[in-house]
Design a protein around this ligand. Sequence first.
Ligand SMILES: Cc1ncc(COP(=O)(O)O)c(C=O)c1O
Length: 438
Amino acid sequence: MSHLLWGNADCVELAHRFGTPLYVMDESLIRARCWEIRSAFLEKWPRTAACYASKAFLTKTMARIICQEGLGLDVVSSGELHTALSAGFPPSRIELHGNAKSEEELRRAISAGVGRIVADSVMELEILAALAAQEGRRVPISIRVAPGVTPRTHAHIVTGHRGSKFGLPIEDEFLTPAVKFALASPYLDLKGFHFHIGSQIFENSFHVETVRRAAALLENLKTRLGFEAEELNLGGGFGVGKLPDVPAPGEFEEPREPHVPLGLFTDAMMESLTEECARRHLTRPSVVIEPGRWVVAEAGITLYSVETVKRLPGVIYAGVDGGMPDNPRPALYQAVYEGVLANKIDALPAEKVTIAGKCCETGDILIESIALPPVERGDIVAVFNTGAYNFSMASNYNRLPRPAVVLVKDGIPDVIVARQTYDDLLRGDTIPARMTRT
Ligand SMILES: Cc1ncc(COP(=O)(O)O)c(C=O)c1O
């Protein structure tokens, strides 16, 4: 029987050597996506930058790869910032996001000297100005704006709609006070505006509509306040995979291409922005994008061992040794995954199998009904497209230790995150002294 190769490494050998569940990332695929960002966007359009949205997948090694590839990094917490700085990532290429940043996070970002803080509210601007004054620094910022665009994707990952918890609504009554405050503060250096309308988006029309609204905003602020923004950050959200996460099947046409080229989005956005700026007599601002999922999702697979097979009328369950703690996305977003038996890659599909996770939740189903060769205990299931928002969203539910992460390059695997041990689960877990007597 042939085995699945990932990054030229034999997945069955990886599973036996490092144990399962196991996240496996193909370094060449991550670097290929970075190359596409450079060739299709950065080198094609002057005055552009790309920050990888690290929430999709961040380890010190990943930060190092992004640094070597010449991209910036979007972080959303002190934990992500700490990881990036520990890997030696240059702070000037880091931007800090978040709708509820703590004072500690803002202070840490200011003293680290991050390149951009994306302010989310007037209250945050006030706190930021006060902290910057204490530090005696002028902080480069942008303001996050919710443009009122609702892309077609799962409701839980729409972010730029009317009433969003992220950013300020684009209407004058909300945005003008924020812009005036920032411009009046000697400690805030307002560079421009940030838009991120959602995630797992497959059509470019929503990003283009965002560009139109952003250009109208820039013209409005130039006319009314004499403020010309230097920078527009248009966020990420570029979709990945054959099957999108959709709220209701049938509402949405499946993309035909397994890999969605970045240019599908960025060309349309940049052409529209160039036209809009010319029409409105604006100098085209520099443009930043923040792809997360698009960079890493397809580079990752997760390997599981089949523990049990249960053949019931109408359904065959293959129970595996992981599940919602290492991949909560099927339960959270009804995300659809595909998989194979890595140890029987050339065997013909013979039955429909449901890959069930091991947690005490009926909803812990990784893949519903996929065609597989006859499945047996000990088979290795490989689930594709798990590089984004799997490791980063993992939990210890049911006290399951988190899997290791292996990075593969030219067939050579390196463990970049060790598997958690049972003792790791007990770290910080203490019994009060009053209960120490048995
Ligand atoms: C501000 C911001 N930028 C970029 C991203 C990355 O989105 P994606 O992984 O869909 O590209 C996110 C995701 O939540 C985000 O909140």
